[in-house]
Design a protein around this ligand. Structure first.
Ligand SMILES: NC(=O)c1ccc[n+]([C@@H]2O[C@H](COP(=O)([O-])OP(=O)(O)OC[C@H]3O[C@@H](n4cnc5c(N)ncnc54)[C@H](O)[C@@H]3O)[C@@H](O)[C@H]2O)c1
Length: 314
């Protein structure tokens, strides 16, 4: 067990996952929410979940469920939360007005060396830290992927004024709790994961919308094709191995990649309409609403087994 304190702000889906991740290596975790009933139910759910994870052999860290649970406390008092915390992980709803208000409040109460990491998926850190009267150099984005307990990637994104030492320290913390961080040199809309994910979603939307392929088949392209590779190799190493080296790959295929890319057309607007109705009907046929919970549990089990398999491969 460690003596250092980590504060988690917001006890929804992502706040609960971060609490368990930090507790898995013995940090003293304090979970804060504006809704008292939300903190109570979060604590109950975390306790249940830790024992379920143990039974499924998916519990992280070396501590028992009881030891990990003992590391977690809750509060509805933000001053109590920030007192003595070395790091705060903010997990409040994805609303810029709410984030801005919270960071203005934090500016006045956090200790000089406390790092504030935001879980935001979409807002560049400058958008909610710029107006802070002080401590804006302590703000960084630490963006997880859902579900963070099973997917280790965390994107660390600095604002133009973030102190480099806090970026490094956040990265070290993520490694310590078993996550796999990537650090961006500067902020950019969508960070890296969503820029890539959105490029895929745009093309999938076009291909299904144009009737070229079904939802089930386009998903199969990922799960039985590209995804198998990408669980092991990135797109650039894939190119490197598929030719004599990456330079040879670019010489051989660069022209073709450019020619096909010219045919993509404008970025589609994802909005309600005929394409969405078609996609929604096919998704519902694949996973009816009544089976969503079971499918999410299956996803988590697969992800856990895949991560374990990758550890063993090394
Ligand atoms: N859900 C995902 O798949 C996912 C993935 C990656 C990142 N994120 C990001 O994580 C953040 C949290 O997402 P979530 O899905 O857990 O949200 P959520 O809506 O499940 O939970 C938000 C919690 O914050 C509490 N809250 C609201 N205002 C607050 C305040 N001022 N102070 C303290 N608590 C407050 C709410 O009561 C609620 O319990 C968002 O920024 C989201 O973009 C979410």
């Amino acid at each position: 067990m460690k003596s250092e304190k980590i504060g988690i702000i917001g006890s929804g889906l992502i706040g609960r996952a971060w609490s368990m991740l930090f507790a898995s290596v013995g940090y003293q975790v304090m979970l804060y929410d504006i809704l008292p009933e939300q903190t109570r139910s979060a604590l109950e759910e975390i306790q249940k979940e830790l024992y379920v994870l143990k039974a499924k052999k998916a519990l992280r860290g070396k501590l028992s469920p009881a030891e990990q649970f003992k590391c977690i406390s809750v509060t509805t008092d933000i001053s109590e939360l920030v007192r003595g915390a070395i790091y705060l992980q903010e997990c409040i709803p994805e609303r810029i007005d709410m984030k801005r208000a919270l960071y203005m409040q934090l500016a006045e109460i956090v200790e000089p060396e406390t790092i504030m990491g935001s879980s935001t998926s979409t807002y560049m850190p400058s958008l909610f830290s710029e107006q802070m009267p002080k401590r804006r150099e302590n703000v960084v984005v630490a963006h997880p992927l859902n579900p963070p307990y099973y997917i280790p990637l965390v994107e660390i994104v600095p604002a133009p004024w973030t102190k480099p030492h806090y970026v490094t320290r956040t990265r070290e913390l993520m490694i310590e709790i078993g996550q796999k961080p990537v650090t961006l040199s500067r902020e950019i809309e969508g960070f890296v994961t969503n820029r890539i994910q959105y490029a895929i979603l745009n093309e999938v939307w076009r291909l299904v919308g144009d009737g070229i392929v079904s939802v089930a088949d386009v998903d199969r392209v990922m799960t039985e094709g590209l995804g198998l590779r990408y669980a092991l190799l990135g797109p650039l190493e894939t190119g490197h191995l598929n030719a004599n080296d990456v330079s040879d790959y670019v010489q051989r295929f660069g022209g073709e990649i450019y020619a096909v890319s010219q045919t993509y057309g404008p970025t589609p607007k994802m909005e309600p309409g005929a394409v969405l109705s078609k996609i929604a009907a096919e998704c519902e046929a694949m996973v009816p609403k009544t089976q969503m919970k079971a499918r999410r549990e299956q996803r988590d089990r697969f992800l856990h087994e895949l991560v374990e398999l990758k550890k063993n491969l090394k």
